[in-house]
Unconditional design. Sequence first.
Length: 226
Amino acid sequence: MIQDRLFELQDKKYRDMQIKIIPTVNPDTIIGVRTPDLRRLAKELLKGDYKSFIEDLPHKYFDENQLHAFIISGIKDYDECLDCFNKFLPYIDNWATCDQQSPKVFNKNVNKEKVLKEIKKWIKSKNTYTIRFGIGMLMRNYLDKDFKPEYLELVSNIKSNEYYVNMMIAWFFATALAKQYESTIPYIENNKLDIWVHNKTIQKSVESYRVTDEHKDYLRSLRRVK
């Protein structure tokens, strides 16, 4: 049984650390399995009958969700991966499971246009972590050679009271300032972001080694006071 395997891999000190940094998860559901062990177990399951596990939703334990995410990330067929991922998305209830999702097949150039269509659906969701994942995908895969200015507009139009959504918006714009400064700086200069997101974007940019000192000094001057 997979739950038994997870408890065999339990690290109680790691569990205590996870409880502190993932406050939205019930501590009683955290087993405390380290990421390398989860990755190895996911690879093992992908060689056999992994479907019976990922179809058995919802899971009882946080670590089962983590394992589920790693299994999906390893599915090589795009249509199968997307189907499994969309079925799992509503059950993601924390930033850790959300942010570790990175299906390899989604990152292939041949699938970029198809994934972009899904991203536009995800960011319109009412689910906090579905929105967060969509923004994260746009940040990781569409701010370099595939960048288009319209992506900045897509994210700037997201309005939310959810901390984990707004933090990802700020992370997105800080990354965009590092990679696409000229296209992105007008969003800060013209106050197109909510004030908290605006200031958090500047904070993260100033802390980044990828932003020049000159740009950091200018960004500091653009901080807003409530």
